[in-house]
Design a protein. Structure first.
Length: 160
């Protein structure tokens, strides 16, 4: 399943998309509030961004993965007493290179995402998010953020 790090995603170790124009052809980011309606906001943001980048043919797979990553962040990575600050605690980054696209979700938790083995409980109504991420993306992983803010980034890569 996912891996902890990748040379291709080195700029994500700082929690932000790379700023070097030659490193990435397009990048977009949006802050998401600590409420479940943010999943729909993330899907709409993803749709607009992929349309702008002329990569809408991958929307279904990418949108499913974005939904799972954002849901996991909201469900498992936020403390129950999340302050309603100006900078929401979850952030979605989309980055496009010529032949691949990465979606990454930053959250304040330093805990490793846990992929449940589908054999453990195939009848469960939840807990299969990372299995879906693994199934629909071409690779995924996570890493802790270096410095401030604290937390982690969970990412998924798609070949275009």
């Amino acid at each position: 399943m996912g891996t902890n790090g990748s040379t291709m995603l080195e700029p994500l170790r700082q929690g932000l998309p790379p700023m070097e124009p030659t490193a990435v052809s397009s990048a977009a980011s949006c802050a998401l509030p600590a409420r479940y309606e943010a999943v729909g906001e993330a899907r709409r943001f993803t749709r607009r961004t992929l349309d702008d980048w002329d990569t809408a043919e991958r929307f279904d797979d990418i949108c499913l993965v974005v939904s799972e990553l954002v849901t996991n962040s909201l469900r498992h990575a936020l403390p129950s007493d999340v302050p309603r600050a100006d900078d929401p605690p979850v952030r979605l980054h989309l980055m496009r290179w010529a032949s691949r696209l990465v979606c990454a979700v930053r959250d304040p938790s330093e805990e490793s995402p846990i992929a449940r083995d589908e054999v453990d409980d195939c009848a469960a109504e939840s807990g299969r998010g990372l299995f879906l991420v693994d199934s629909f993306s071409d690779g995924w992983g996570w890493h802790p953020l270096a410095g401030a803010p604290t937390g982690k980034v969970v990412w998924a890569m798609f070949r275009l």
